[in-house]
Design a protein around this ligand. Sequence first.
Ligand code: TA6
Length: 302
Amino acid sequence: MNPVDDLRKRWALPGKIAFENGPRGLPVARLTHQGASLTLSLYGAHVLSYVPAGEKDLLWVSHRSAFEEGKAIRGGVPVCFPWFGPHPEGLPLPQHGFARILNWTPCAGGEDENGSPFLDLELVSGEATAPYFAGRFRAILRVTLSDRCHIALTVTNTGTSAFEISAALHAYFSVSDIRAVAVEGLADTDYYEGFDATPRRQAESLLQFNGETNRRYVHTTTACMLADQGMQRKIQIEKSGSKVTVVWNPWVETASQMSDLYPEAYKEFLCIEPANAYAGIDIIRLEPAQTHTLEMTIRAAG
Ligand code: TA6
């Protein structure tokens, strides 16, 4: 039986959860609910698309993305775990951790109490993760589709010693033109630009874009609203289990150095990322048997 047949046999739910071969044959789950649909790649536990009823896709994926084992998919919602950014001790290990370059396995699925389809994918420490990370853990990514898209990354320490993790749900939102969008929700919030050591403060109520942006807003738990004049739509991004929100667009020069982007790509997306990313703020220390959940909810807000 091929992997997709096996997945169908175990986890498909007629009219709600289906499986197929996605880009370059990577198996994907498709969740559908009352005119909305969502595509989830098992490689990376990576949401590739979320189309609310009557809307266009809220997420963006590069058509130059490799879709190849060992490489991260460019776009959608990459899961950054168990570290965000470069390795915390400077080791030459993959940027943003290994979760997005490993295969995850379905471990639960069905309809929740509201009739909304959900699928849980798990990544358990073992041979595949040992070269990267000493801790023993079970990570579960639950994706639920209702009138919104809910993504929850729950990590449990299954070992006998404590460890620290950082993480992010690195969502790429599709926009008409980066110059025509604004983000609400980050006023009067401190942020670090890139890896600067000194924080700055955003006084303005709206964040707009006219150059490379890589801001890590700290001590913030509020929702963001991405307003897109060109598409005449708003996207609301709520989160929990996170005190850092990262906002990223590479603009022209940085994008030109990325092989899985094309010259105009930077205009087409904006990343807004609920994260656990700063020591002393929200790096998560998990004692044995402790659990942490990082969640985001995305919805089209008209
Ligand atoms: O979240 C912003 C960021 O950390 C940037 O610094 C930039 O490197 C981006 O993520 C993309 O990282 P990636 O490893 O996917 O190329």
